[in-house]
Design a protein around this ligand. Structure first.
Ligand SMILES: NC(=O)C1=CN([C@@H]2O[C@H](COP(=O)(O)OP(=O)(O)OC[C@H]3O[C@@H](n4cnc5c(N)ncnc54)[C@H](OP(=O)(O)O)[C@@H]3O)[C@@H](O)[C@H]2O)C=CC1
Ligand SMILES: CC(C)CCC[C@@H](C)[C@H]1CC[C@H]2C3=C(CC[C@]12C)[C@@]1(C)CCC(=O)C[C@@H]1CC3
Length: 341
């Protein structure tokens, strides 16, 4: 007689990354069996089985998918990269190999970590629903390939493989390699004095534990005939905040001064485009990492917040950690980035 496991077996692709590792920890906490697939392992846990490889290779993925019920695909190159080939290969072609591997291994549920940015092209979005069209002029290669990736996952939904795309926005929390470290780096270099725009643009920042909770609910929802199959879902803190208030809270919490001087948004956006153009021309000679890329300027100077009503209705999502607590936990976790007297 077959032994029935009470909890499902999951594979987290990108499980050594920021979001992926938080997801792994929560899955273990909730008694799931967990495999991790990543390019290199960055932590140890005897409860986890690690598989090292490149997700673009189906043959690397297959051993990690044996008897797996839910695959969570949360691997991507860092959004700040400007390497189109890398994004195209990993986010688009790699995701196609994840889908074929799921089919070959008989996995029935695939949860993609997409991004709410797939509909963002530098123009205000207020309480945007999942029905907004994909960005027709994505600002960067990351967004362009996240769109290709999401389309591929949603269209592969079928009787044997149930798929869903979770769209978080501005994930933050302990161990995030991007948001808090970038903001502190700017402060240390004296680049955090400025507010882009009037400072009154509302944005979603989403605490990593809430994003994780949304992923697990999404994966559990993918039963035969479920309304969630083949759909995209925004996962947010359901509490938009002024972009510059959020950044100020992080900076002040870590002992740095809040931004003060306002620069017109449109002016800075066009300057960022021109600077990016010259950096691209110079690229064969010198690689310059832009702090104020056009995408970052757009994110810092416009409204971009999204409705998560669909996730609330279809799989009873609600954020578990509120904004004040989330900021507090995040600030406390970055003791090493605190300003030294
Ligand atoms: N952070 C954010 O604000 C948001 C993130 N997202 C999405 O969430 C997901 C997770 O992001 P986040 O945790 O921040 O990113 P991280 O960079 O922290 O994690 C991504 C992980 O994927 C791994 N990876 C990259 N390429 C491959 C590959 N070819 N094969 C196997 N593993 C690979 C990375 O390895 P290595 O580090 O060695 O490159 C890393 O461990 C991504 O899909 C991202 O697009 C969506 C919305 C917002
Ligand atoms: C240049 C400064 C004005 C802004 C510094 C903070 C930024 C590093 C972050 C603020 C919003 C963040 C964000 C992302 C990355 C880090 C920020 C730009 C994403 C692009 C990460 C990947 C996504 O899918 C969307 C995110 C939107 C918000």
């Amino acid at each position: 007689m077959a032994v029935r496991r009470s909890k499902k077996k999951c594979l987290v692709i990108g499980g050594c990354g920021f979001l992926g590792r938080h997801l792994v920890e929560e899955l273990l906490e909730r008694d799931y069996t967990v495999n991790v697939f990543d390019m290199r392992s960055t932590f140890e846990d005897e409860m986890v089985t690690f598989f090292i490889g490149d997700l673009c290779k189906t043959e690397d993925l297959l051993p990690a998918m044996e008897n797996v019920d839910i695959v969570f695909h949360c691997a991507s190159p860092a959004p700040s990269s400007d390497n189109y080939q890398l994004f195209y290969r990993v986010n688009y072609e790699g995701t196609k190999s994840v889908i074929s591997a799921c089919k070959e291994a008989g996995v029935q549920r695939l949860v993609l970590t997409s991004s709410a940015s797939v509909v963002f092209e530098g123009v205000d979005i207020q309480n945007g629903s999942e029905d907004l069209p994909y960005a027709s002029h994505p600002i960067d290669y990351y967004t362009e390939t996240k769109i290709l990736q999401e389309k591929e996952v949603l269209k592969s939904n079928c009787e044997d493989l149930h798929t869903i795309a979770v769209r978080p926005h501005g994930i933050f929390g302990p161990r995030d390699p991007q948001l808090v470290p970038t903001v502190v780096d700017m402060a240390r270099k004296g680049k955090s004095k400025y507010i882009i725009g009037d400072g009154r643009n509302l944005v979603d920042f989403t605490y990593v534990k809430n994003v994780v909770h949304g992923h697990i609910l999404a994966g559990e929802s993918l039963d035969e005939g479920s309304v969630t199959c083949g759909k995209a879902y925004h996962i947010t803190n359901d509490d938009p905040i002024y972009f510059w208030d959020f950044l100020s809270k992080i900076l002040i919490g870590l002992g740095y001064a809040a931004p003060r001087y306002k620069i017109p948004y449109t002016l800075l956006f066009y300057i960022a485009l021109v600077v990016q153009f010259f950096c691209t021309l110079l690229k064969p000679l010198v690689v310059i990492k832009l702090t104020f890329s056009p995408m970052r300027v757009a994110l810092a100077g416009t409204h971009h917040y999204y409705s998560c009503e669909r996730a609330k209705n279809d799989f009873a999502y609600k954020p578990l950690v509120n904004m004040d607590k989330a900021i507090d936990l995040t600030v406390q976790s970055y003791a090493e980035l605190r300003k030294k007297d």
